[in-house]
Write a protein that binds this ligand. Structure first.
Ligand SMILES: *[C@@H]1O[C@H](CO)[C@@H](O)[C@H](O)[C@H]1NC(C)=O
Ligand SMILES: *[C@@H]1O[C@H](CO)[C@@H](O)[C@H](O)[C@H]1NC(C)=O
Length: 432
C-alpha cells in the first residue's frame, strides 16, 4: 500500500475498531470456504479447500460475558495489556455477506458498500485473509521459485477504488498466545510495511498507541479498472516488528520501505496498455500471473526477479517493457530497484523481500477507498488517467455503490504450472 493510502486505512480502522482477546460466546465464527489449487508442471493442479477470515477489527470486542459493553483499549476494563487480555472478548462475524465478503467455489467477491435496505448504503470495506485447510492458521504462502496466478474481475472498480491482493509477513498463527487465544481463526495479527498504529498488535492491546505494526509486504496486485501496480516493500526486521517513534516507524529511516519499488506501466508512458478496452481489457475478467524467480532456480535461492504476465481470451500478454535507468525492464529485478527505488535498496531490496517470501507470508484481500488522498498515488497524475477529485470516497459511494472486485481461480506452484501458454500459431502459406 502506498503511504497516504495506508495512513487513511489505519485511521479508518482505529475509528471502527475496539478489540481484544478471549473468544466471545455470543456469535460462532463460521469461515466462508474458498477453493484454491496447488500446481506442478508434471501433475497439473489439485484443489484444496481453504477458507477466508475477516480482520479482527471488523468484530465486536466487548467485556467478556457482557456483549453489550464494548472494550476500548486504554480505558475501563481494558486499562493495560494484561487486563485487556483477561476482560475482553472477540466475537465471531454474524454475517460475512453483510460485511461485503462472499465466496462461491473458487471465487471471492468483496464489496465496498452494502445496501441498508432503504436505498442508502453503508461502507463495509472488508479486509480478509486466507486460512489453511484446517481453518486455524493462515495459509503459509512460500512462493520463492514459484508462481501465483489468479483471475480478477474489477470492471466495477472505478477511479479511487483499490481492490488489493497482497501478502504480509504476519505471524501465521495470528499471534495466538495466552493473551490472544483467538489468533488467526479470528483474524488477529495484521501488520504491513506502513507500520500502522493499531489498537491491538498480534492480539495484545497497544496501550497509548505506543507501537506500529511493521512487517514485510509484497503487493502482488493493487488496482482498479483504470490503473494498477505491483510492489515489493521490504523491512529490515523479520516477522512482526513493533516499531516505536518516528525513528523506527517513519518514512525516511524507519524499518520498512513505505514507498516500495512499484511497477506501473502507465507511469512510464504506456497509457494504452491497461484499462477499459486497452491491451489488458479491464471490462472483462483476466488472469494475473506473478513469478518469483530466484538466482539459483531453487526455493532457497535469493529472489532475483518478480515477473508479471497476463492471460486474457486465451492469449498470454507480456508485461510492458519500460525504460528506467537507461535500461529496458519488463519486470522488477535488482537493476530496476537500484535505478528507481533507493528507499527499497536501503531496506535490503529484493533479497530481503525474498527472505520473507521464503519464510511464509499471509495472503490478504482487501477493497478500499482513500479518504486522505483519493487514491491519486495509484490512478491519477503520472500514475493513471483518473482526475484528482473523482476518487473522493463520498462521490464513489453516491455514484458507484456497487463497487466490487472478484478474485477467483487462485493457483500456485512451480514456474509454468499455473497457466497454459496456448500452442504457437502456425502460419500456413499458400502453395505457389
Ligand atoms: C544494485 O546495487 C547494489 C548496491 O547498492 C549492488 O551491489 C548491485 O550489484 C546492484 N545490482 C544491479 C543489478 O545493478
Ligand atoms: C473528474 O472526473 C469526473 C468524472 O469523470 C468529472 O465529473 C469531473 O468533472 C472531473 N473533474 C475535473 C476537475 O476534471
Amino acid at each position: 500500500m502506498a503511504r497516504k493510502a495506508a495512513l487513511a486505512a489505519a485511521s479508518l480502522l482505529s475509528a471502527t475498531l475496539v478489540a481484544a482477546q478471549q473468544i466471545g460466546t455470543a456469535v460462532p465464527e463460521v469461515h466462508p470456504k474458498l477453493t484454491t489449487q496447488r500446481c506442478t508442471v508434471a501433475g497439473g493442479c489439485k484443489p484444496v479447500t481453504n477458507a477466508v477470515v475477516l480482520d479482527a477489527a471488523t468484530r465486536s470486542i466487548h467485556k467478556a460475558g457482557d456483549p453489550a459493553t464494548p472494550c476500548t483499549v486504554g480505558s475501563g476494563a481494558c486499562a493495560d495489556a494484561a487486563s485487556c487480555a483477561k476482560n475482553c472478548a472477540l466475537e465471531g462475524i454474524p454475517s460475512y455477506a453483510a460485511q461485503g465478503v462472499k465466496t462461491a467455489g473458487d471465487a471471492l467477491t468483496l464489496n465496498q458498500f452494502m445496501p441498508n435496505g432503504d436505498g442508502s448504503y453503508r461502507v463495509v470495506t472488508p479486509r480478509a485473509y486466507l486460512l489453511d485447510a484446517a481453518g486455524r492458521d493462515y495459509e503459509p504462502m512460500r512462493l520463492l521459485n514459484a508462481e501465483f496466478s489468479f483471475d480478477v474481475d474489477l470492471s466495477r472498480l472505478v477511479c479511487g477504488m483499490n481492490g488489493a491482493l497482497y501478502m504480509g509477513e504476519m505471524d501465521l498463527t495470528g499471534g495466538r498466545s495466552e493473551m490472544n487465544p483467538a489468533g488467526a481463526a479470528y483474524g488477529t495479527g495484521y501488520c504491513d510495511a506502513q507500520c500502522p498504529t493499531l489498537p491491538w498488535i498480534d492480539g495484545v492491546a497497544n496501550i497509548n498507541n505506543a507501537y506500529g505494526a511493521c512487517c514485510n509486504e509484497m503487493d502482488i496486485w493493487e488496482a482498479n479498472a483504470l490503473a494498477q501496480t505491483y510492489t515489493p516493500h521490504p523491512c529490515t526486521k523479520d516477522g512482526v516488528y513493533k516499531c516505536q517513534g518516528e525513528q523506527e516507524c517513519g518514512l525516511d529511516n524507519g524499518v520498512c520501505d513505505k514507498w516500495g519499488a512499484s511497477f506501473n506501466p502507465y507511469s512510464y508512458g504506456f497509457k494504452d496498455y491497461y484499462g477499459r478496452d486497452k491491451t489488458v481489457n479491464t471490462n472483462k475478467k483476466f488472469t494475473v500471473v506473478t513469478q518469483f524467480l530466484t538466482d539459483d532456480k531453487t526455493p532457497t535461492g535469493t529472489l532475483a526477479e518478480i515477473r508479471r504476465l497476463y492471460v486474457q481470451d486465451g492469449k498470454v500478454i507480456q508485461n510492458a517493457v519500460v525504460s528506467a535507468g537507461g535500461e529496458q525492464h519488463d519486470s522488477i529485478n535488482d537493476a530496476y530497484v537500484n535505478s528507481t527505488a533507493a528507499w527499497t535498496v536501503k531496506r535490503g531490496g529484493l533479497e530481503t523481500m525474498g527472505r520473507a517470501i521464503g519464510r511464509g507470508m499471509t495472503l490478504t484481500f482487501s477493497i478500499w477507498a482513500d479518504n486522505g488522498g483519493f487514491m491519486n498515488w495509484l490512478d491519477s497524475g503520472n500514475a493513471g488517467p483518473c482526475n484528482e477529485t473523482e476518487g473522493d470516497p463520498k462521490l464513489i459511494q453516491r455514484d458507484h455503490p456497487d463497487a466490487a472486485v472478484v478474485f477467483s481461480n487462485m493457483k500456485w506452484g512451480e514456474i509454468g504450472s499455473t497457466f497454459q501458454a496456448p500452442p504457437k500459431c502456425v502460419k500456413h502459406r499458400r502453395e505457389a
